[in-house]
Design a protein around this ligand. Structure first.
Ligand SMILES: *Cc1c(COP(=O)(O)O)cnc(C)c1O
Length: 434
């Protein structure tokens, strides 16, 4: 074909398959198909199409590609439970039901059904959060980064915040404590040294300009060797004596005892005035930032203008309420907790079944929590090992399967797969080998 042999957009659209498609979509697909055909001809090589039938075929493929949704479900065979690149916590069935129920129609999001008047979106989850953490009051915003930003802006704007040099951390994706502090309008006052900070260091740094003490969970790293941090209760005494609030950025914020992680309840009991934590890390819910603590301080956060910009939407609130309600009597239904607590033997049985179905071998692995939580925790796990070359084809499968390539093998870790998902992975391996 030469340039002048190319059909016009209208001619191309007369193809009976394209004529059946929605007109604006078909026009756009025909235009870009012809544009690419022109480029191919101009480039001088023998074009890879011979007639307008071929071009119509291409336009149809382009249309299908345009219709394909980009945010897709994937199967997580990486053994990383709270994988930040894979959407962090999968939601419990009960949480999803709440999203459907609240999202499909109208809701009392900001309506007080008893008073018959305007209400607050913050009222729905506060009773559950108070009960699960022992706090006087609670507030939910978009994520924990927003929670920390709001707390600092509302309580420390224009004044000093004391943070240990050992806690000036970066969580990833640009969330750095010093930067967040600067954006909040507060001034950072570094305390102690990288490896050792004592209660007296905080004491010595407190002055007229001090608004609060911020304690930050070290999250994704650990210090070993010659290190020292004051116990939380000790720090709380220092803050109390000075009459300033102690704010605890807990990061992940597990609501149940996990590997010695501090819970919001334990932090409050040890003297924190406010505790901030994520909804979608170890808690196992949707993306959200939760602040619990003294009624007076939470009220100051609620009244700050940034609160309106950082608040959580109704779908997140619905999913979070559904997740929190499970903590009352059915925590085992929360996928993150289930993956975390499943006995290694049960994981091995799943890996064995998968290996038997696809002719792979069972390998002992180490699963991790991920999401910047419990970086040292090693969860004994098992994977089904198959050929290294399958990794790319598994990623291209629908749904895509994400695995770990190591030592010349593709490892499909079974701690992060349900039984049903492991069956889907088996099907994907069979397809990938074709
Ligand atoms: C993860 C984390 C954050 C950020 O939480 P998001 O919910 O991801 O915004 C803040 N502080 C600490 C200590 C964290 O671990």
């Amino acid at each position: 074909m030469r340039l002048r042999d190319l059909p016009s957009v209208d001619e191309l659209l007369r193809d009976e398959r394209l004529a059946k498609e929605s007109r604006p979509l078909a026009v756009a697909a025909a235009r870009s198909t012809l544009e690419r055909a022109r480029e191919e001809i101009r480039a001088g090589a023998e074009p890879s199409f011979v007639d307008s039938g071929d071009l119509a075929e291409r336009a149809l493929a382009e249309l299908a590609a345009q219709r394909r949704l980009r945010l897709r479900r994937v199967l997580n065979a990486t053994g990383i439970l709270v994988h930040t690149n894979l959407g962090r916590a999968p939601l419990a069935g009960a949480a999803l039901e709440r999203v459907l129920e609240v999202g499909a129609g109208f809701s009392n999001l900001e309506y007080d059904l008893t008073a018959g008047a305007r209400g607050s979106r913050q009222d729905h989850l506060a009773p559950l959060l108070r009960r699960l953490t022992g706090a006087e009051a609670a507030l939910v915003v978009n994520n924990n980064a927003a929670a920390v930003l709001l707390a600092l802006a509302a309580l420390a704007e224009g004044r000093e915040v004391l943070v240990s040099r050992g806690e000036l951390i970066e969580i990833g994706d640009g969330f750095r404590i010093p930067d967040v502090l600067a954006r909040s309008g507060a001034r950072l006052r570094e305390v102690g040294t990288t490896n050792r900070t004592r209660a007296e260091d905080y004491e010595a740094a407190i002055g007229f300009e001090t608004a609060l003490v911020l304690r930050v969970h070290q999250s994704n790293f650990r210090q070993v060797g010659f290190t020292e941090r004051p116990r939380f209760a000790q720090l709380a005494q220092v803050a109390k004596r000075a009459g300033i609030p102690l704010v605890d950025d807990l990061g992940s914020g597990a609501l149940v005892e996990l590997e010695g992680e501090p819970t919001p309840a334990s932090s409050l009991a040890a003297g924190a005035d406010l505790v901030c934590f994520s909804g979608d890390k170890l808690l196992g819910g949707p993306q959200a930032g939760i602040v619990v603590g003294s009624a007076e301080l939470v009220e100051r956060l609620k009244r700050h203008p940034l609160q309106r910009a950082l608040r959580a939407d109704k779908l997140s609130l619905a999913a979070l309420e559904g997740t929190l309600a499970l903590y009352l009597d059915r925590p085992q239904e929360i996928p993150v907790l289930r993956m975390l607590r499943e006995p290694a033997e049960a994981v091995r049985v799943r890996a064995k079944r998968l290996a038997a179905a696809v002719g792979g071998s069972v390998e002992e692995t180490v699963a991790r929590v991920g999401g910047g939580a419990l970086p040292l925790a090693e969860l004994p796990s098992f994977a089904c090992a198959v050929e290294e070359e399958l990794a790319a084809a598994l990623r291209a499968h629908e749904p895509p399967v994400l695995a770990v390539v190591r030592d010349g093998k593709t490892l499909l870790d079974c701690r992060t797969l349900t039984d049903a998902e492991a069956e889907e992975v088996a099907g994907a391996i069979v397809t990938a080998r074709r």
